[in-house]
Each structure stands twice: as C-alpha cells, then as structure tokens.
Design a protein. Structure first.
Length: 46
C-alpha cells in the first residue's frame, strides 16, 4: 500500500510547492514525519 502512496504524496506536494512556495517547509516536514512513521511502524500502514 505504501509504495503506491509515496509517489502520489510527492506529486501533490510538488504541485502545492509550485503554487504556494511558502508551504515548502511544512510540506517537507510532514513528508519526512510520514516516511519516518512508515519506517518505524510498517504494520500500521499495511
């Protein structure tokens, strides 16, 4: 499930950054937190 979500999240984040560059810090932070949680707790996301 996660391998299909990761490219979608990256695509949406890229579009938002292009439209509103000031959200770059928040998007990167949430993305890193999400990837970290997936790595630590893979059973929650599968």
């Amino acid at each position: 499930m996660v391998p299909q979500i990761t490219p979608l999240v990256a695509l949406i984040a890229g579009i938002i950054i292009l439209v509103m560059p000031r959200f770059l810090n928040y998007i990167v932070a949430f993305y890193l937190i999400f990837i970290g949680l997936v790595g630590l707790f893979p059973h929650l996301f599968s």
